[in-house]
Design a protein around this ligand. Structure first.
Ligand SMILES: *Cc1c(COP(=O)(O)O)cnc(C)c1O
Length: 289
């Protein structure tokens, strides 16, 4: 795993290690919030079973060089799973071109409903993997002596699924496609450039996550003020940011901070809104210092 994973891409692997005796190794990052690829390569060996990394970091905005990382993992015969939860609202990954073994993401990060998500896996892997839940719909034939399992994807879909959620997630995908990811990226790039420039006007403000390849997320702190205090005050002024560790405590530990204030821009945001946010942050800073 990488040093900038969401807890949801750390904890399950720790549980698996406990169960199997596997060892968890961590790909380190630098001060800009970029993975150190030479260290990644040093960690790979013929003992590496699976690599996992997020496509985009939710805490820092870094876009990781996953194509390179996928190819490297494959050189050592390791499978690789990409956590695309933060990538799918911003760009259009081509899983076949990437050649990743697995690509996973949540519906609720891309205008879809909570409790939905996608696991893409190469067919060969999915055929090889056993079902993880038993029940109706996932079987071919059931007798008391022996049960055989249904073909893909039903093998992994025991019971009555979240039908309504699945339909709404499909609608969300259609909606994003109707706007077009080229348009989305163009708008978001403008917003992150503008937002970075405007926020850096504030004295004592530091941005965490300054990777060359970065999406429209700005994580920041203001010297001497707890992120939660800024977040609470600007919330009262109508600005919705997230504060805290962003379910990425190891990232906070790396920077030795309790958390950050995170402004994340989407295609529906505007520069005018950024101006309002910057004024609100300045006001909060004045009140708190
Ligand atoms: C939100 C998020 C997750 C977790 O997804 P949930 O569906 O909310 O559990 C995993 N990884 C990243 C990068 C995320 O941003």
């Amino acid at each position: 795993v990488s040093a900038m994973e969401h807890h949801s891409n750390i904890v399950p692997w720790q549980m698996l290690c406990e169960k199997t005796g596997a060892t968890l190794r961590v790909i380190p990052m630098n001060e800009n919030g970029e993975l150190i690829l030479s260290e990644y390569e040093k960690l790979l060996s013929d003992k590496t079973k699976i690599v996992t990394v997020n496509h985009i970091s939710n805490a820092l905005g870094t876009i990781n060089p996953i194509k390179y990382m996928i190819d490297k993992a494959h050189e050592f015969g390791a499978a690789i799973l990409i956590d695309g939860a933060q990538a799918v609202p911003h760009l259009k990954p081509d899983v076949q071109e990437l050649d990743c073994d697995f690509y996973v993401f949540s519906g609720h990060k891309m205008c879809g409903p909570t409790g939905t998500g996608i696991l893409y896996g190469k067919e060969a892997w999915l055929n090889k993997l056993p079902p993880y839940q038993g029940g109706g719909e996932m079987i071919k034939e059931v007798t008391f002596e022996k049960t055989t399992y249904a073909d893909l994807p039903h093998k992994f879909e025991a019971g009555t699924p979240n039908i309504a959620g699945g339909i709404v997630l499909g609608t969300a995908v259609d909606y994003l496609n109707s706007i077009g990811f080229d348009n989305i990226q163009k708008q978001e790039l403008e917003l992150v450039e503008y937002g970075t420039k405007r926020l850096l006007e504030i004295e004592g403000l530091r941005i965490f996550g300054t990777a060359k390849e970065k999406t429209s997320v700005i994580s920041f702190n203001i010297e001497g003020i707890h992120p939660y205090d800024i977040g609470t005050i600007i919330d009262k002024l109508g600005i919705a940011v997230r504060t805290g560790h962003h379910c990425a405590q190891p990232v906070m530990e790396f920077f030795n901070i309790p958390g950050t204030i995170r402004a994340s821009f989407a295609f529906y945001n505007t520069k005018e809104e950024i101006d309002v946010m910057v004024e609100a942050v300045k006001k909060a800073q004045l009140m708190l210092s």
